[in-house]
Design a protein around this ligand. Structure first.
Ligand code: CP3
Length: 365
């Protein structure tokens, strides 16, 4: 337990600002990269395995979830696995009626809109995490020295699905609630923060090496709304994974690098960091040099290859990848990723080629 956190890898080195687990500055042997949604419909081997099993049932089958997590690592030689699960899994584990409808996204049987709805939310029993911890243990055992990244949905993004009951573009429901009925909003966001934090903690305690909080829809919030109604709940989710209870042989407290990502979050990037993250994930809209100006050079960054360029001719894509590396060079650490998830229609061979380009570039330039 917790061995994932004391491991050294090029990826963890960059998340720690270019330092190894003992805190010494080191140069990794290769430039690290992984892709959000690397496990999924872009892979034919994923589509074959998923045949006949619903999305959430696949997440709750430890053998299946573990195998799906490993597929992109084998195929692309990426520097991390991202645990195959979903942000709504803790809701399902708490007994909430939620499905993922193919091509749509999360849909709830009973949206949560009133104070009474929030008061009726179930409590989540720790024992419910068993299929998750089992899948993480199996995956970490297979991965060897490649780190596993755990994740959770942030309170705002989770609450957005809970209030709307389905995906929405503008997230009017939760944005109305935080102003019109702040007590109900705070009670709902606090519930979401707790399940989110405990979901991340369960993955880290079972062997994941880092965790990413996805506030995918935080970009729909103005800066003031984020600061006043959302930030403290995301900070609360992070408090569950700040102290994991272990110490290194040198007597240091064992901590996991914590990554915070959302789309359209250029105006609140410093607040994503302030919520308690070590690393900020940047979407494709913001140049990484500008991101460094906004969050400070000591903050490692993750991102931000534009998924729209994946189908472009190779020279166009190669130039783009090189420009992202150059723009990220002012940050204490930089882990290459996309600026949002892999689109399902992506040619997987392009992703493999992007990984080998990034590894080839190394740290020579
Ligand atoms: O490689 C990985 O990143 C795998 C793990 C992963 C999934 N969902 C699997 C998944 C992760 C990290 C997520 C997070 C997630 N889930 C987010 C945050 C990331 C983001 O994209 O901003 C959100 C908003 C969700 C909710 C959700 N789940 C949506 C919007 C969808 C897409 C619906 C669709 O079919 O277009 C899902 C389903 C989902 N989650 C799929 C996968 C691989 C697709 C399911 C399929 O194969 O049909």
């Amino acid at each position: 337990l917790l061995t994932g956190l004391t491991a050294d890898s090029a990826l963890l080195n960059q998340y720690r600002g270019g330092r190894n687990s003992a805190g010494e500055i080191t140069r990794p042997h290769r430039r690290p990269v992984w892709f959000m949604r690397q496990a999924g419909r872009s892979l034919p081997e994923y589509r074959a395995l998923r045949e006949g099993t619903t999305m959430l049932d696949s997440c709750l089958d430890p053998a299946l979830a573990s195998e799906i997590t490993l597929q992109p690592v084998r195929r692309h030689d990426v520097d991390a696995a991202i645990f195959f699960s979903d942000i709504v899994i803790p809701l399902r584990l708490a007994g909430i009626d939620v499905e993922i409808q193919p091509g749509v996204g999360p849909v709830l049987g009973h949206p949560v809109r009133t104070r009474a709805d929030v008061e009726a939310l179930p409590t989540l029993d720790d024992a419910a995490f068993a299929p998750i911890t089992e899948a993480v243990r199996r995956t970490v055992a297979e991965l060897g020295s490649t780190p596993l990244i755990g994740f959770a949905g942030a309170p705002f993004t989770l609450a957005a699905y809970m209030v709307e009951g389905k995906p929405s573009r503008d997230h009017l429901g939760p944005r109305t609630m935080m102003h019109a009925d702040p007590d109900t909003w705070n009670a709902l966001a606090a519930w979401a923060a707790e399940v989110s934090g405990r979901f991340m903690r369960a993955q880290l305690m079972a062997g994941a090496s880092a965790a990413q909080l996805f506030d995918s829809w935080a970009g729909s919030l103005g800066r003031e709304d984020y600061a006043r109604h959302v930030l403290r709940h995301s900070a609360e989710a992070f408090t569950h994974v700040k102290d994991l209870g272990g110490t290194t042989p040198e007597g240091h407290r064992v901590t996991a690098p914590l990554i915070h990502f959302g789309t359209g979050t250029g105006e609140i990037l410093d607040l994503l960091r302030a919520a308690g993250a070590d690393v900020v994930g940047v979407d494709y809209r913001l140049n990484l040099a500008e991101a460094t100006r906004r969050v400070g050079a000591e903050t490692p960054l993750q991102g931000n290859i534009d998924p729209a360029l994946l189908p472009a001719d190779w020279p166009v894509l190669e130039k783009h990848v090189r420009s992202i590396i150059a723009a990220g060079s002012g940050a204490a650490g930089h882990v290459l990723n996309l600026g949002h998830g892999v689109p399902p229609e992506t040619d997987p061979e392009v992703l493999t080629r992007v990984v080998s380009l990034i590894h080839e570039i190394g740290y020579e330039d």
